[in-house]
Design a protein around this ligand. Structure first.
Ligand SMILES: NC(=O)c1ccc[n+]([C@@H]2O[C@H](COP(=O)([O-])OP(=O)(O)OC[C@H]3O[C@@H](n4cnc5c(N)ncnc54)[C@H](O)[C@@H]3O)[C@@H](O)[C@H]2O)c1
Length: 329
């Protein structure tokens, strides 16, 4: 029996595939490669290049592989792009997401682990943010994930779907073989390290007048391998008959943008210039998880909680892959 991994050629999906395989699981990847890398897919993993909105393709994958569950990473995930292209985000993440759910149910697959996000909470009214914090997204990307959570809840009541929606905070870091490569790159740590490599002249820091100790926004950074491990635990939870749930994945500790840059300078021993720019609309000052539920429900404990080890892992991957996935894996 196999697990369908949608978005398995992407950043978090490909690392999770690596961990699942190390644990002896059989996986099948579905990815349209809009944002993923074929070089991130192991040569001996069945790969279907296509769309989660293609019901016939999903039916074919299910009949080829006897699927028992799905880990659904595939989505468009750039906040700014979602503001200018909401139709594309709701089509890709919600309409196509519904086709995926329907096709899985038709194939008898009732276990789903879903990539949700702290962006479903919107502007925090209390820190740390627990799963009971009000959800009021501030952009179409956050809404697309919010809608999928509500749809999965309805599908559970009506059709018996069992799901765990994992609400990640800021994914970062790398394994030996897989790291983060987006174009354009919206995330802080890859941009900071691109600067250390000399590929970017300076890191843009958006706003230095927030109500934080150094004036720059504070985020909760979580290592991608710890995220991957949480998906495995969520799947085991469902396989063991556990209830559907919504669970935060973060370290419960926040670092400011300036702290990230300073730590990257220490880890890389390179100079990293920065440039202050105006605040970006909708950027909250602090996003820090209350991640205690992941511990109590899933038994999840991050193995790489400190920022320096997260950045070191990414730097090591970049140093070994100077052209990223074009480096010839
Ligand atoms: N990176 C983060 O910090 C973060 C934080 C919170 C939530 N998430 C969520 O985690 C998931 C994975 O994020 P990531 O950073 O690995 O993104 P990514 O862009 O690297 O990976 C997503 C993958 O999905 C594929 N994809 C997108 N739409 C598809 C479609 N309609 N059909 C088939 N394949 C499709 C892309 O080609 C890509 O390979 C996403 O759902 C994202 O919303 C990410």
């Amino acid at each position: 029996m196999a697990i369908l991994i949608t978005g398995g050629a992407g950043y978090i999906g490909s690392v999770t595939v690596e961990l699942l395989r190390a644990g002896g699981e059989h996986v099948v990847i579905l990815d349209d490669l809009a944002r993923g890398h074929s070089a991130a897919i192991p040569a001996d993993v069945p790969f279907y290049q296509g769309n989660i909105g293609d019901g016939e393709l999903i039916a074919r994958i299910a009949s080829d592989h006897d699927l028992e569950s799905c880990i659904h990473f595939a989505a468009l995930a750039y906040v700014g792009e979602s503001v200018t292209e909401p139709a594309r985000y709701f089509d890709n993440n919600v309409r196509q997401g519904i086709v995926l759910l329907d096709s899985l149910l038709q194939a008898g697959v009732r276990r789903l682990v879903f990539s949700s996000t702290c962006a479903t909470y919107g502007e925090p009214v209390q820190i740390p943010i627990s799963e009971t914090h009000p959800q009021q997204p501030t952009n179409p990307y956050g809404w697309s994930k919010f809608f999928m959570e509500r749809i999965m809840e309805s599908y559970e009541r009506a059709y018996g779907l069992k799901f765990v929606a994992l609400r990640y905070f800021n994914a970062c870091g790398a394994t030996e073989d897989r790291g983060e490569q987006h174009d354009p790159e919206p995330h802080l740590i890859p941009n900071v390290l691109a600067c250390a490599e000399g590929r970017l002249p300076a890191v843009s820091v958006f706003g230095n007048d927030y109500s934080t100790p150094d004036g720059t926004p504070i985020r909760d950074y979580i290592h991608v391998a710890d995220l991957g491990q949480a998906h495995i635990l969520a799947l085991e939870h469902l396989r063991g008959g556990g209830e559907s749930d919504h669970i935060n994945l973060g370290n419960g500790q926040g670092y400011s943008v300036l702290e990230v840059i300073e730590t990257a300078r220490e880890v890389t021993a390179r100079s990293i210039d920065l440039r202050f720019e105006p605040r970006r609309p909708g950027d909250p000052s602090r996003l820090v998880a209350d991640a205690s539920k992941a511990r109590t429900v899933l038994g999840w404990l991050p193995a790489y909680p400190d920022l320096a080890s997260i950045i070191r892992s990414d730097w090591k991957w970049r140093s070994g892959h100077p052209q990223g996935y074009a480096s010839g894996e």
